[in-house]
Design a protein around this ligand. Sequence first.
Ligand SMILES: Nc1nc2c(c(=O)[nH]1)N[C@H]1C(S)=C(S)[C@@H](COP(=O)(O)OP(=O)(O)OC[C@H]3O[C@@H](n4cnc5c(N)ncnc54)[C@H](O)[C@@H]3O)O[C@H]1N2
Ligand code: MOO
Ligand SMILES: [Mg+2]
Length: 396
Amino acid sequence: MISFDQAYTHVLEHTLELGVEVVPLMQSLQRVLAEDICADRDFPPFDRATKDGIAINYSDHINTDHIFQIEGVAAAGAPQQELRTVGNCVEVMTGAVVPKNTDTVIMYEHISITDNVAVINEKVTKGQNIHYKGSDEKAGAVLLTKGIKITAAEIGVMATVGKSYVTVKANPKITTIATGNELVEVDAVPLPHQIRKSNTITLEAALQTRAIPTNTLHLIDNKEALSKSLQTALEQNDVLLLSGGVSKGKFDFIPEVMESLGVEKVFHRVAQRPGKPFWFGVHKELKTVIFSFPGNPVSTFANFHVYFLPWLHKCWNIPVANQYIKLSGEIHIKPPLTRFIQVCTKREKGGIYAVPISENGSGDLLSLSKSNGFICLQPREKGYRSGELVAFISTK
Ligand SMILES: Nc1nc2c(c(=O)[nH]1)N[C@H]1C(S)=C(S)[C@@H](COP(=O)(O)OP(=O)(O)OC[C@H]3O[C@@H](n4cnc5c(N)ncnc54)[C@H](O)[C@@H]3O)O[C@H]1N2
Ligand code: MOO
Ligand SMILES: [Mg+2]
């Protein structure tokens, strides 16, 4: 059995070259940007009125006793207008191009209009209420740098520069595989000795949250059937995420079948709880990476977050965001197992605290909805103090 640190290092040593792909803008949400996005023009692209009101030439303001004949109306979406007569003004709407020969905008609330003549009632500053061309960014400036995660805000930035297609890091082809004779479909009524399969659905959901599509399979505990289906799955995927069949039981065939199919075992069993019987391997020829998680639901879920997500981030070349939060009480983690403890975080004056939730072991899948992550506690002789900083792995 190897330590958690060794297992983690091994997993990160077996990343895949995933390349890039071009997708329609909306499908780039939650993906990793693989190109720099530049301004296609100045931002804003013209001197833009920021208030509804009138546009004047400031020098006229001094000379005309604050009274301006209205010459026209400039709406947003109309080409730039021109102030033709010295001493006049143009009504201007927010988002419109500031008319030629004007340099100052006064909002309606600060003027009164009678018979097409505007009188200014407030102090005016030259250049007010104008969002100047290129004042946010100049054409050609890098607005988004490759390697970032695309969220709604970045979608907006790309939309405004006309990127209807975006280059993103490619997703791996993944199949999630549930194993076990006891498992039935979500819409089935289980017999007393059966359960509905939840692990692979949870994995699919966790992947979908990150905009990663998956296929899913259910395989029974039969060596021949496993062998046949896994051979195809190895050929057709970059990654297999399995759950179940890796412990000491009479029907835990996965390690044996994988090795018979030419998958090289990198390790089996890690000094950790939950998730100890984790089996990890690679098929070098087919370039498939296999995460075979122990079947207990909390084990599958913990190992997905602890190992698979950092592995994926490394494939995409983006850093894993490690977060450290404070322990809310004392805990003693005796050697030799590293512990992943489900917690709920709470924000208090001194920072964010990890409060362990009440749960009933790694088979208690209901507990997963009561926590928002795991803290990772390495084994040590000395107890962990209340307030001590510990690594937090978010699951929500
Ligand atoms: N003699 C030993 N027994 C066990 C050990 C051990 O070290 N020695 N380790 C225990 C630990 S820790 C875990 S975790 C489990 C891992 O078991 P397997 O990976 O072999 O998984 P299964 O036996 O197939 O199932 C275990 C458990 O999980 C349920 N399960 C499986 N798949 C799903 C699914 N898709 N959705 C919901 N629940 C699932 C399954 O019904 C079992 O209850 O082994 C311990 N035993
Ligand atoms: O890994 Mo097991 O999850 O300790 O039950
Ligand atoms: Mg088992």
